[in-house]
Design a protein around this ligand. Structure first.
Ligand code: UTP
Length: 408
């Protein structure tokens, strides 16, 4: 993209200020900002008309989950179906590692965090070991796609290489970068980070499939005949990945999405719960849960919205591709955005100063017709690391890992 093309593109969205310092830049700086302009979708900035404007929710009703009792009764059959699908090469996994991990407060990607006590145990290492359990059980390599972001791609790929992919077969690991969205002022103007760079952030965890397509990786899905994709977050060090029983259950119940869920520890636990919204699968985030919703009981006197999602989902590829042309709702989120001011000083704000744009995986689920919430035992499969200490922290995850016999 040359200067004039960039200028025209920016003019369309009222963002011409991005080229304000262009003439002061050296050749490399000019090339770099033109490249960034070329790669960025600025149309999102036009959405800031009335500030944050979330759409109203539809009618929320309970969804039936596959509970532990029922899973245990069918475990053997489900597992057999899942193992057969994996052996036929029909299952893959996608690790979402494009987040910023701000709460953990490390400069490195979250997966590089060492949670060991007497030896090094990296979060990425735990994830790969968990997947290797299934590779061993099925004697089949499973394609693992790793989503990074512009901010952490190079360091992540270098780290995997240095660690010899934690003994995984590198031919089956594919990295791709998540698309970025610009970060803007409350008036919708893109913040500058430096003279040759404007502020961007990863476009949310809903961007994974379109980013995979943009990176050309869906070719592997087609050529390998992958029918099921297990998408999961980087920070749950106990989760089972490409779990044959989970895959078998989704096949058996003829659902196009599966969601691993845990029974809520208490009504106020900060997890999104599965439900139906206008008859379609959906998730109510914890901050949207009303007292009425929390206190609703089912016919057995149990809380009707009791199954919290743990960001471990299974998608059937064909239906994913069918919805990929439909736009996901865009969430406009107030955040602290570091920027360069007009006096060319770099400011790291202590309070939110603008908006970032994100799409969410839970909106993908709502676009699909059928979903089976699949209950798992919290103490065995849910050890999220969001913070350094306290709830969902390195400390709590270490305790749970030890209880599950993992040496740290
Ligand atoms: P979180 O919402 O917990 O965000 O991500 P985070 O970036 O890890 O942590 P905080 O909120 O800044 O402290 C849940 C999962 O989604 C991935 C994360 O890497 C994590 O696996 N994610 C999130 C992405 O891959 N891309 C994103 O844009 C956002």
């Amino acid at each position: 993209m040359n200067f004039n093309e960039a200028k025209n593109k920016l003019a369309e969205y009222g963002q011409e200020h991005i080229l304000k310092y262009f003439n002061e830049l050296d050749e490399a700086g000019q090339k770099s900002i033109l490249e960034q302009i070329k790669e960025t979708d600025f149309s999102v900035t036009g959405r800031i008309v009335n500030g944050i404007n979330e759409e109203a929710r539809g009618k929320i009703t309970p969804i039936k989950a596959l509970t532990l009792d029922e899973i245990d009764r069918n475990r053997e059959d489900f597992t057999k179906l899942g193992v057969a699908a994996i052996r036929a090469g029909k299952a893959a996994a996608v690790l979402l590692a494009g987040g910023m991990g701000t709460r953990l407060g490390s400069d490195n990607p979250k997966g590089m965090y060492d949670i060991g006590i007497t030896k090094t145990v990296y979060i990425f290492e735990r994830i790969i070991r968990n997947l290797l359990d299934v590779v061993d059980e099925t004697s089949t390599w499973i394609h693992l796609f790793v989503m990074t972001s512009d901010k952490n791609h190079d360091i992540t790929t270098k780290f995997f290489k240095e660690q010899n992919y934690f003994t995984y077969n590198p031919e089956y690991i594919h990295f791709f970068k998540q698309d970025m969205a610009p970060a803007v002022t409350y008036e919708g103007k893109v913040y500058m980070e430096a003279k040759d760079k404007f502020a961007t952030s990863p476009n949310g965890n809903g961007g994974w499939f379109s980013s995979m397509q943009n990176a050309g990786l869906t070719d592997i899905i087609h050529s390998a005949g992958i029918e099921w994709i297990n998408v999961f977050a980087v920070d749950n060090v106990l989760q089972r990945i490409a779990d044959p029983c989970f895959i078998g259950a989704a096949i058996s119940k003829k659902c196009v999405v599966g969601a691993k869920v845990v029974r809520k520890a208490d009504p106020d636990e900060k997890v999104g719960v599965m439900c139906l919204e206008d008859g379609r699968p959906s998730i109510v985030e914890y901050y949207e849960q009303t007292d009425k919703l929390r206190n609703t009981k089912d016919e057995n006197g149990e809380p009707a919205y009791n199954f919290g999602v743990i960001l471990n989902y299974l998608f059937h590829t064909k239906e994913l591709e069918d919805i990929c042309n439909n736009e996901l709702p865009l969430h406009i989120v107030e955040k602290k955005i570091p920027y360069m001011n007009d006096a060319l000083e770099f400011i790291d704000p202590k309070e939110p100063n603008g908006y970032k744009f994100e799409t969410l995986i839970l909106d993908m689920i709502h676009m699909l017709d059928t979903c089976i919430p699949f209950e798992v035992v919290r103490e065995k499969e849910f050890a999220p690391i969001k913070n350094k200490t306290g709830i969902d922290s390195v400390e709590t995850a270490r305790e749970l890992l030890k209880k599950n016999g993992v040496e740290l």
